[in-house]
Write a protein that binds this ligand. Structure first.
Ligand SMILES: Nc1nc2c(ncn2[C@@H]2O[C@H](COP(=O)(O)OP(=O)(O)OP(=O)(O)O)[C@@H](O)[C@H]2O)c(=O)[nH]1
Ligand SMILES: [Mg+2]
Length: 332
């Protein structure tokens, strides 16, 4: 029989480097149960002074670009140089299935057997802001556990980029040579968000193609505003399977970090991220509270029908819903 560890026990285990405690703490933070949440929040609040010291890196790119392979290679490279690396893999499947089917897909077998590495799928939660919330909390817990580099792998290209950019210090966009930008789903917005672009799979006969792509992206970037004032987004080529280009990637990550620190932007960026997190959580909580009031969902159904039948205007229908929720209508 397993007894539930107290917040104090988890805190001691986690800061003492016990991975079991770290895993348990993250599970607690992911739980939807009210009592688990209370414990998790108490623990995270307690640990806040121990957080924020890691370098937070996000990696995004189309499926199959080599994100996991690159993270494994970079992770091993960093561990050799004395770093402790935590990897959070945002898993879109686990919220629906109740368990991760990502499992083997994350691969990273070599990295996961390292004592100074920690790899964990992060459920996306199925709600807006869900990715950010669970992953952020897992990130804070990993930092408190002494990991000095946190790498977040995002699911494909799309909606999640902006959310990922909102929780890391440095966003790396991983591309593959040869595929057109449309094929890669690369939008200008993502290139603008990226702090670094890496053309992966620059090996074998793909090298010339990768170099050409590097030139094209460098050119394209000239027409875009920088992700950070004073920063010129570097474009590099690498091969995750051969382990080439890793030192250059890390050099750029550190240069970017130095710029953020020297300019005071790191603190500003993180404060802004936390404020946005708070805003989105408040919005989510308020919305959930409104939906949970009796009669509100029925009022929404009625409002839709009335708008469909052109009996009322959209603002009128909205006001009815607000009234059904027992909220003031003065501003709406
Ligand atoms: N030749 C070559 N193949 C690579 C390289 N990096 C990754 N691959 C291969 O590309 C395939 C996909 O790699 P992953 O690391 O799983 O890609 P991913 O971006 O994490 O994919 P998803 O998580 O499914 O989005 C695998 O078969 C890798 O072995 C590389 O640098 N060179
Ligand atoms: Mg992957």
């Amino acid at each position: 029989m397993s007894t539930r560890p107290s917040v104090q026990e988890l805190k001691e285990g986690l800061t003492g480097g016990d991975r079991g405690s770290l895993s348990r703490a993250i599970t607690l933070a992911e739980s939807r149960r009210a009592d688990d949440q209370e414990h998790a929040q108490e623990l995270i609040a307690d640990l806040l002074p121990e957080t924020g010291k890691a370098l937070r890196i996000g990696i995004t790119g189309v499926p199959g670009a080599g994100k996991s392979t690159a993270i494994e290679a970079l992770g091993l490279w960093l561990i050799e140089r004395g770093h402790k690396v935590a990897v959070l893999v945002i898993d879109p499947t686990s919220s629906r299935t109740g368990g991760s089917i990502l499992g083997d897909k994350t691969r990273m077998h070599q990295l996961s057997s390292q004592e100074n590495a920690y790899i964990r799928p992060s459920p996306s939660g199925g709600v807006l802001g869900g990715v950010a919330r669970k992953t952020r909390e897992a990130m804070l817990l990993c930092e408190a556990a002494g990991f000095d580099v946190i790498i977040v792998e995002s699911v494909g290209v799309g909606q999640s980029e902006a959310e990922l950019a909102e929780m890391v210090d440095c966003l790396i966009l991983l591309l593959v040579p040869g595929a057109g930008d449309e094929l890669q789903g690369i939008k200008r917005g993502i290139m603008e968000l990226a702090d670094m672009i890496v053309v992966n799979k620059a090996d074998g006969d793909r090298v010339p193609m990768a170099k050409r792509a590097r030139g094209d992206y460098r050119h394209a970037l000239r027409m875009l505003p920088p992700s950070t004032p004073g920063w010129e987004t570097p474009v590099q080529i690498a091969s995750a399977t051969e382990g080439t280009g890793l030192a250059e990637i890390w050099e750029s990550v550190e240069a970017h970090r130095a710029l953020l620190e020297e300019s005071g932007l790191l603190e500003k960026r993180r404060r802004h991220q936390t404020e946005k997190w708070l805003d989105s959580m408040i919005e989510e909580a308020v919305l959930a509270a409104v939906h949970s009031r009796p009669g509100v969902d029925e009022a929404i159904t009625r409002a839709r029908a009335d708008v469909d039948a052109e009996k009322v205007t959209v603002p009128q229908a909205t006001r009815k819903v607000i009234e059904a929720a027992g909220l003031s209508t003065e501003e709406s």
